[in-house]
Design a protein around this ligand. Structure first.
Ligand code: AVI
Length: 315
């Protein structure tokens, strides 16, 4: 077993030994899971990518005006192929005196796609990709006198519980100085049904995404989950702003993972994901508890999604 598989196994065993049972959403994204996530991004009910693209098109100039004539290191955490960001970076590069774009991603192959795209579309900037876990790669970025802007977009912060989100924002803050910025993409509270529909589509794509985690456990950890014996269930709580996804055991059953056995009651849940939605007081609170102050908030036309520009508070 590779060290990554050992960590996966330990996390799965620990999660299923808990009461209520949990599995971490970070394991959704094997090759198949990443493909299904692309399908989710194209679903009409999954409004998040469209709202974020609207922000990119309608707000990039206003955001770029903060950085006029500055030398900037733009560090994107979980950058992916960069397709959406080209427009923003192009506009930013027109304001700044110098721009280095530093995309960080776990996948070196996706970073190659990213680099090729940026070098072709915006040849005047420097692209310096770094592959690996960003807890390792962020500290490796050389100190410079440039203003740092760290980007963490796509509502990825929503997949952390509050304590983890604070810990993560704090970790990034340790690599920022006075005058640096964090641009955070968050999904906003809205009509509860809009959110429920985004995480429980009639075509069953999100169900396949959730069940793929069990398929991955079967394949990589020698499990014997019967995929037909589990259902997908998503809830949204309009006060806490938590959208939560579960797998529901449809019958009493025993599941084997390697040498370990797990009992499931009929209708027992495995919590697999939280996708946190925010309102402005919650964002203020998240920023201040993580050592930041909010400079400005940029929303899409329908006010579904926000980019929060935060400054580091003094250390
Ligand atoms: C990646 N992440 C921000 C998505 C979300 O909206 O929480 C993952 C997702 N889960 C179900 N649909 C999409």
């Amino acid at each position: 077993m590779t060290p990554n598989t050992v960590t996966f196994l330990n996390d799965v065993l620990a999660g299923l030994q808990q009461n209520p049972k949990t599995l971490s959403s970070k394991y959704f994204y094997d090759e198949e899971g990443s493909k299904i996530f692309q399908e989710i991004m194209d679903m009409p009910s999954y409004y998040l990518p469209k709202a974020e693209l609207d922000i990119i098109h309608s707000q990039s100039k206003a955001i770029a005006s903060h950085f006029r004539s500055k030398k900037v290191d733009l560090i994107e955490l979980g950058a992916g192929d960069g397709r959406k960001m080209v427009h923003f970076v192009k506009i930013l590069s027109k304001s700044t005196a110098e721009l280095n774009y530093i995309p960080l991603d776990i996948s070196s192959s996706i970073l190659k796609v990213n680099r090729d795209l940026f070098e072709q579309e915006i040849p005047e900037i420097h692209v310096k990709p770094l592959a690996g876990d960003f807890f390792q790669t962020l500290p490796e970025i050389e100190d410079s006198t440039h203003t740092r802007i760290v980007l963490f977009l796509g509502s990825n912060i929503g997949n952390f519980r509050k304590e983890k989100a604070i810990e993560f924002l704090g970790f990034v803050g340790d690599h920022l100085q006075q005058g640096d910025f964090f641009l955070l993409g968050v999904d906003l509270k809205k009509h509860p049904r809009t959110i429920r529909n985004a995480y429980d589509d009639p075509g069953g794509i999100t169900k396949r995404f959730n069940l793929n985690l069990l398929k991955r456990i079967n394949r990589e950890l020698n499990g014997d989950f019967d995929l037909q014996a589990f259902d997908h269930y998503a809830t949204y709580h309009p006060i806490t702003g938590a959208s939560e996804s579960f797998l529901i055991s449809l019958q009493q059953q025993t599941v084997q993972i390697g040498d370990h056995e797990f009992e499931f009651e009929k209708n027992e849940t495995i919590q697999t994901e939280i996708s946190q939605k925010y309102d402005f007081p919650m964002l203020e609170n998240l920023a201040s508890e993580s050592g930041y102050s909010i400079d400005s908030i940029y929303k899409d036309t329908d006010e579904q999604f926000a980019w929060v520009l935060m400054k580091v508070a003094s250390h």
